[in-house]
Design a protein around this ligand. Structure first.
Ligand code: SAH
Length: 395
């Protein structure tokens, strides 16, 4: 075996690593023994020289080391096979696996690696240099375990730039049409793995979309930030009378329209291309109202720095939505910003309800789907929040 370089941590840092956190920041390292190349496998020691884990290093990233294992084991094909099979077994136990997230990076003890399965197509992202170096090996393993029709790479993601990795996308195994129809809950959705956002589709909302069941019977629904229209289609499937789907992107609305057609709902859905902030304001002015409003915006807080602005944005859309919800109707409100904790998000919703002069009754507070597991020892793994509230006037 090749000699493995040593990284020694500063005093006290080992606790979080021992507890299960996989990230070591640049300022948590006391010394590195030997010459390091970006992406190298390194052994991590605490300041009293005890081995605590093995991971990969990138001297160009603030997150300098990501732990892969807490054993002195070889990082090779067998290692990846065992980890991916474990991740797959978890999905087989907990979710419908025809389409699901198979590997959710750090949450599946494979930092930097995302694998989504859309029927017989796999989409992968290798987001860090350390994991990107194993891409070919990982593809081989995936091919052996899943025998997919094709594997597609969606490495056109800005975070790769932090790791000095290029933006690339395209098929890496098989020659196939990069569009696939998946079954989600009780509806059909067309997934475009080449041009769709992220890996092609937001699988993380699957269980939250299903939570519409029972809330939308005979309802008039407003689906804001609709993108693929998946919430809209679910609402129609679960008995909504009519849905108005809104997005500022025409391309998104075209996809939503295709999905509505695929499910035979074109006669009960309308589409509007508009900025959500303007639309919600105008609807209030015009006295328009709905039984159910769904808000699923993009991440407003991309970093800790713009948190205040982001919170103002969340408050504004939620306040405006509450004002146009009919008495006793429901607000389904999401935030996928990892920098906004569930507590902060709930505070924003609470504060919006006071300004909107409404009383909110919490029906359910939900998170990302089960195939995007959350680790206590790695709080960054919790990013999606979905609050379902009944909106009431004061009695
Ligand atoms: N609800 C969707 C995912 C939404 S992704 C689903 O279930 O698949 C966020 C969407 O918000 C994107 O499609 C983007 O085009 C849209 N968007 C971003 N800013 C917007 C704005 N200011 N007004 C309306 N839509 C916006």
């Amino acid at each position: 075996m090749k000699e493995i370089k040593k990284v020694i941590l500063k005093k006290g840092v080992h606790t979080k690593i021992v507890r299960g956190n996989p990230w070591i920041y640049d300022n948590e390292i006391s010394k590195i023994l030997g010459e390091i190349n970006p992406g190298d496998i390194v052994d991590v020691y605490d300041n009293s020289n005890s081995f605590i884990g093995r991971g990969y290093i990138n001297p160009n990233s603030k997150i300098r080391v990501r732990i892969l294992t807490r054993k002195e084991e070889e990082i090779d094909k067998d290692f990846f096979r065992e980890r991916i099979i474990r991740a797959w077994e978890y999905r087989k136990k907990l979710v419908e696996t025809s389409s699901c997230r198979v590997v959710f990076a750090e949450s599946d003890f494979l930092p930097g690696l995302i694998v989504d399965k859309f029927e017989d197509i796999l989409v992968i992202q290798t987001l860090t240099l350390g994991i990107d170096k194993f891409k070919d090996l990982i593809v081989e393993v995936l091919d052996e375990i899943f025998e997919p029709r094709g594997i597609y790479e969606r490495n056109d993601v800005p975070v790769r730039e932090i790791e000095d990795l290029p933006q690339i996308k395209g098929p890496i195994k098989g020659d196939f049409e990069p569009k696939v129809i998946i079954n989600e809950n009780e509806v059909k959705i067309l997934v475009d793995v080449e041009n769709g956002q992220k890996t092609g589709y937001f699988l993380d909302q699957r269980e939250n979309r299903r939570a519409l069941k029972g809330l939308v019977d005979d309802a008039e629904v407003l689906d804001v930030f609709c993108y693929t229209g998946s919430f809209s289609i679910h609402a129609l499937k679960y008995g909504a009378k009519r849905v108005l789907a809104v997005d500022s992107s025409n391309t998104a609305l075209e996809i939503a329209k295709e999905n509505a057609k695929l499910n035979g709902f074109l006669d009960r859905i309308e589409f509007i291309e508009e900025n959500a902030f303007d639309l919600l304001k105008n609807f209030h002015k015009e006295g328009r109202s709905f039984d159910v409003v769904i808000l699923d915006p993009p991440a407003f807080a991309k970093s800790q720095r713009n948190l205040d602005n982001a919170l103002r944005g969340y408050k504004e859309i939620n306040l405006r939505a509450m004002k146009i919800i009919r008495e006793g109707g429901f607000l389904i409100t999401c935030s996928c910003s990892q920098h906004v904790s569930p507590e902060i998000f709930q505070k924003v919703i609470e504060s919006a309800s006071y300004d909107a002069n409404r009383i909110l009754r919490l029906v359910e507070f939900r998170y990302q789907a089960k195939d995007h597991p959350i680790l206590f020892s790695y709080p960054e793994s919790l990013y999606l929040k979905c609050g379902i509230y009944q909106v009431l006037k004061k009695l």
